[in-house]
Ligand binder design. Structure first.
Ligand SMILES: *Cc1c(COP(=O)(O)O)cnc(C)c1O
Length: 253
């Protein structure tokens, strides 16, 4: 029992320490780029990690969490409601989303980052309208044109924005991308710069909402453990960091 308690405390301490370090690195990147750290939100990506890790990060100051799988997200939301902390946390859906799962997210998720087709946006419109909610979303862009990645082609994003503009229960706040996995974050700098330019172009054309009470628009969700500092230097307003906070994921269990 005593050992178990110690092990839990160790995990809690290491998550708090990791978070502190990630925040320092974000602040340093902001400083290099002449940006205000308040303009960069840290989304703690807790996928595959137990709810106790979410609570440890929450205790250390995290208020925004990202998940990839709908069932896991719903389970964690349920656990959070038992702890009475629902109001203090924003959940982000960041993984590829199947149309038949959309209904579960409406009303529980602050932002869906992974809208990668018009058909998915239509489904969100349909389900949000049933619940009389407006769902805020980002369009995912496959900026490096990787075969294996979801997302709109760079050249089809503007058309998609125009079409979604006509929906009354879906609001596009900005763009999201997952840059290629790399050992050298510098190789992703131009992808981040391109996404930033594209988001501002759409914003200037009024194809992205002009303001939002909770998020700075246009939202630019880019940067993960391997490349978040470069993403911040290139204008990210949200970074999605998992491994650097919670440690390596073990998909085997
Ligand atoms: C898993 C995941 C992350 C976090 O990745 P890390 O490399 O662990 O920081 C961010 N964004 C998306 C879309 C993910 O699937």
């Amino acid at each position: 029992m005593r050992d178990e308690r110690n092990a839990e405390a160790d995990v809690e301490n290491s998550i708090a320490e990791n978070l502190r370090h990630v925040r320092e690195r974000i602040n340093a990147a902001c400083e290099r780029a002449g940006r205000d750290p308040k303009d960069v939100s840290l989304i703690a990506v807790s996928k595959t990690k137990p709810f106790s890790d979410v609570m440890a990060a929450h205790k250390a100051g995290s208020t925004q969490f990202g998940e990839n799988y709908v069932q896991e997200l719903m389970d964690k939301i349920e656990e959070l409601s038992k702890s009475g902390e629902t109001e203090s946390v924003k959940w982000h859906m960041i993984g590829h989303l199947q149309k038949n799962k959309v209904k579960y997210l409406i009303g529980h998720t602050a932002l869906i980052h992974s809208v990668d087709s018009i058909a998915l946006a239509e489904q969100i419109e349909k389900e949000a309208s049933k619940k009389n909610e407006v769902m805020r979303v980002l369009l995912e862009v496959n900026i490096a044109k990787e075969e294996s990645k979801w997302g709109f082609d760079r050249d089809s994003v503007e058309e998609a924005c125009k079409e979604i503009m006509s929906f009354s229960h879906v609001k596009v706040l900005g763009l999201m991308t997952s840059a290629p996995y790399t050992e050298d974050p510098e190789t992703n700098r131009l992808f981040f710069r391109e996404l930033n330019a594209l988001a501002h172009e759409l914003y200037d054309k009024k194809l992205i909402v002009d303001s939002d009470p909770d998020f700075n628009v246009p939202v630019l969700s880019m940067g993960m453990t391997g490349d978040f500092e470069v993403a911040v230097e290139e204008g990210a307003t949200m970074v999605r960091v998992g491994t650097a906070i919670f440690g390596k994921r073990n998909y085997a269990n």
